[in-house]
Structures are given as C-alpha cells and as structure tokens.
Design a protein around this ligand. Structure first.
Ligand code: SF4
Length: 485
C-alpha cells in the first residue's frame, strides 16, 4: 500500500492556517500526521465544523495503517500493538514494539508476588527504561470464581494491561465482566464461542483474540466478528514446537502480516500474536534436559517472533527473579529491532559531569554516538569516578568509524574543548582520548594546547587506567616543560 503524501492529507484539511492546533500552517500539520505526532482530532476545524465531517472521515480512513492498531488496558500503561505500515523495519520504521505479556495461573500460590514483581520490573539500557507490557492470566483452575478473583487482584495491585485466557466462554466473560473497565484483552474466540464472546466484546468495547491453526478458519472468524461489530481483533495462528513446526509457525505469522500490509486483506488487517509459552504444554519435560535448556527453547521462539514484528508475545519464563536472563534477551533484542532507523542515534555534544569532579579530575573525550556516549558514561558512573566527559560532535558516528571518516578529529575535539570551556572546570590541561583515537594524540596536543593521554580502547578498562596510568601531576610537569620550549 502506498503511503499517503502530505499533499493528500492537506487536501482534506481546512487550509485556513488558523494555528489552533499549535502549527503555523495546515501543511505542517499534514506532514506531522504522517509521522503520527498528531491525529485528525487535533484539528479543531475538522472536529467542530459539521460541514467537514466527510473530510474528517476520509482523512481517518486515509491515515489508518493497513494493519490496524489495537489498544489493551487503560491509562499511561495501556499498550498499543500493531498499526504497522511495512513488513521490514528498513522500509520505514516500526511504530509499536512487540508487547511482552507474562503468563500467570489463577491458582498460583505466589500470585501477588508475581504481579508485584512483573509490575515493578525495570531494566535500564543505553538511556532507555525497558519494562514489561502486561500480564496474561490463565484460568488453570477451571473455576470461574477463582478466575474472576485473580483478575480483580491483578487490577488492584498493578496498572499493567491484562489478557484473560480461557477457552471456557462463561469463565472468560465472568472474569472480564469484573475488570471490563480496565479494557482487558479476551483470549480467545474460537469457532464455537465467537457469538457469545463477540457479543460481550461489542457491548463493552473490548478487544478479542481469535485463535485457530487453520488460516482459512481464522480469516473466516475475523470476517464474521467484524461484520458482527467487534472493533478490535488480535490474530493467533498458533505457536508450535517440535521438528518442522518452527517454520510452520513462522510461515503463518508472515502470511498474516503479508496479507495485512502488502495485500490489504481486510480480514488479516489486525495485529498477530505468538505464544512461546505453549512450549510447556507441547513438550514432554523429562529428566534428560536441565530446566534452562527448555526455557532456552521458549526464548529462541520469542526472539524469532520479535524479529519479524509479531505484535504480542505470551511468555511463561520470566516471572521469577532468577529467570531475568530470559527477559534481558527479549527486551534488549526488542530495543534494537524497534529503534527507529530514520533517527540518527546521536546525543547532544557538550561537557557532562560525572560524580563530583575536583580540580585535577580527568576529562575523558568521546563521540556523540548514542551507543558510545551512554555506555561510557555508565562505565564511569559504575566505577564511582569523579570526572568530566567531553562529548564531541562526530555527526552521531561511533569513534572507530568517525576517526577513519574524519568526523572525530583533532580539530573537532579542540573546538569542543574550547566551546564547552573544559579547561575552566579544572586546574590542568589534560585530555584522555579513547584508545581507538590514539593516532589523533599528536595533532590534538597542538590544536588544543593540551597534554593528551591515550586511554583504553574500551571504557570498561577505565578503572584500571585510573589505577595505573592516571598521573596528572606528572603529565602537567611534562606539559609545562613543553610550554616553556
Ligand atoms: S487547526 Fe486545522 S485548520 Fe487550523 S492550522 Fe491546524 S490543521 Fe489547519
């Protein structure tokens, strides 16, 4: 499907440039609607003028992505899945990352502890805070009252969105009735339960999952539910382990995504989910393997699914503290897959304080590539150093490439040292440059009028460098002896 152009959006706007939306022109507003920074509802004319109702409708249709978005939960923790325009990240960008839901059982004795742990889980990595997206509550007890109580418990303790999982329609509806204000996702509609669950979903404006390993049946149920009036659907084509089943699982996900995005199939136009947690019900867990070997299989399936933009995953492994490794894998991979390839990963150049640097504190120099600056800063903080970090504009390129390409050079470092007044902050003229930029040291001494020390190639070596090599008084004596010459 071709992306609409700003002109096509502009043609449907009021064109008065009234500035009510905060933009100077309707054209600027049109451009940002395509970047999803604003929505048609943000144009007051479009929303309030009855004569513009037709254009509003046309604009909403024009801007609706081929794979529709679905929102689960409420408030600031609500998660939107799907809503993508492309199959491959490099074609534009993915807008909504894979949502990670961890399953817990309604008869779990540690239910409260799990809910608290999952809700509070935070991993900080390269400047981002990574969190989980929801809890999938399974009706393992088979009892509708227990299921209802457990659902209520989650919403009392946590703000995380909830997915209610039961193939018993009565149990599912009973629990959903209890927490319907929290907009849970209902798992799942089958050919036997579509009418009962569909009716409840329509009445309460709730999203539903349709599950079937038969794609024709899945599409037929999607058509039926949409005709019935269900507004938000998630498709589950099944997750299968065992020889040959990985490719079948992958193929079904890709068929649905291709159907939605490339073929504009109105029945496939919904987010797709996977259930790596299904491993534990499909594979016989014997004594021949360690527990982690089984968990590893689940995580591999999750990683494959994430890498093809499966919109929601349900995981079994990860609800216990000792299983954090599994979440680290999936959350960090997700962070990479869903970063926007159009945005250069750069940070602002400048002088950054670490700890409480004194007069003779070292000044470390680095580039403004985000994946360099943040890990270096974290290594300095982790080592409890008191120092300065001079971040030089290398056009967002990492040190090794920027030295080779000339973006990180003696002139640019000297200029940054002057611009940010680094030598006014200390009583020395010493710069510590990364080992990968060693060849710049001679030229930099001249350009910056400084004593240049070559630090380690990797910032994890800085603590050792400080113990063994950092001798500022000696460096300054040497610098002063040159200055006299
Ligand atoms: S509120 Fe609407 S009409 Fe006014 S400038 Fe913005 S887009 Fe144009």
């Amino acid at each position: 499907m071709a992306r609409p152009s700003p002109l096509e959006v502009y043609a449907l706007l009021d064109k008065s440039n009234c500035k009510d939306c905060g933009y100077d022109t309707c054209m600027a507003f049109a451009t940002d609607t395509l970047e999803r920074k604003v929505k048609p509802k943000d144009c007051t004319h479009l929303m309030q003028d009855p004569k513009q109702a037709k254009n509003r409708e046309k604009l909403i249709n024009l801007l609706t992505p081929p794979q529709k978005p679905v929102t689960i939960g409420i408030g600031d923790k609500a998660v939107t899945i799907g809503g993508e325009e492309i199959l491959m990240r490099h074609q534009l960008t993915f807008y909504n990352q894979t949502a990670l839901f961890i399953e817990i059982a309604d008869d779990d004795t540690d239910l409260e502890d799990f809910i608290k742990y999952l809700s509070e889980l935070k991993i900080e990595r390269i400047g981002d805070v990574l969190t989980l997206d929801g809890i999938a509550l399974r009706n393992v007890s088979g009892d509708k009252d227990q299921f209802k109580l457990a659902a209520k418990k989650i919403t009392e303790i946590s703000k995380l969105p909830v997915m209610l999982c039961s193939f018993n329609a009565e149990n599912l509806i009973t629990a959903a009735e209890e927490i319907k204000e929290n907009k849970p996702l209902l798992y799942a509609v089958t050919k036997d339960t579509w009418e009962e669950i569909g009716k409840f979903a329509i009445q309460n404006n709730l999203p539903v999952v349709i599950t079937s390993s038969n794609l024709d049946e899945l599409m037929s149920l999607s058509a039926t539910l949409q005709k019935f009036g269900v507004k938000e659907i998630v498709l589950d084509p099944g997750t299968y382990f065992g020889p040959g089943n990985l490719s079948i699982t992958y193929d079904r996900i890709m068929q649905l995504r291709t159907g939605a995005i490339d073929k504009e199939d109105k029945n496939a136009c919904w987010p797709v989910m996977g259930v790596p947690a299904a491993y534990w019900s499909q594979v016989k867990i014997g004594d021949d393997k360690e527990l982690w070997e089984h968990q590893y299989q689940e995580v591999i399936m999750g990683a494959i699914m994430e890498s093809v933009d499966t919109n929601l995953l349900v995981l079994h492994t990860g609800k216990k503290k000792e299983e954090i490794w599994a979440l680290l894998v999936l959350m960090t991979l997700r962070q990479s897959v869903f970063s926007d390839p159009r945005i250069y990963p750069a940070v602002d150049p400048g002088i950054y304080r670490v700890g409480e640097p004194g007069d003779m504190a070292p000044i470390f120099v680095t580039s403004n590539y985000r994946m360099t600056k943040i890990p270096v800063e974290q290594d300095l903080q982790g080592a409890n150093l008191n120092c300065w970090l001079l971040v030089v504009d290398s056009e967002g390129i990492g040190i090794e490439s920027a030295v080779a390409g000339g973006q990180f050079n003696a002139g640019s470092i000297a200029e940054a040292a002057k611009e940010f007044g680094v030598f006014d902050k200390v009583k020395h003229r010493i710069l510590v440059i990364p080992g990968m930029a060693a060849r710049l040291s001679g030229a930099l001494e001249d350009e910056a009028d400084a004593f240049v020390v070559v630090g380690p190639r990797d910032s994890s070596g800085i603590p050792k460098f400080m113990d063994i090599q950092w001798k500022p008084e000696e460096f300054m004596k040497e610098y002063e002896s040159w200055s006299k010459d």
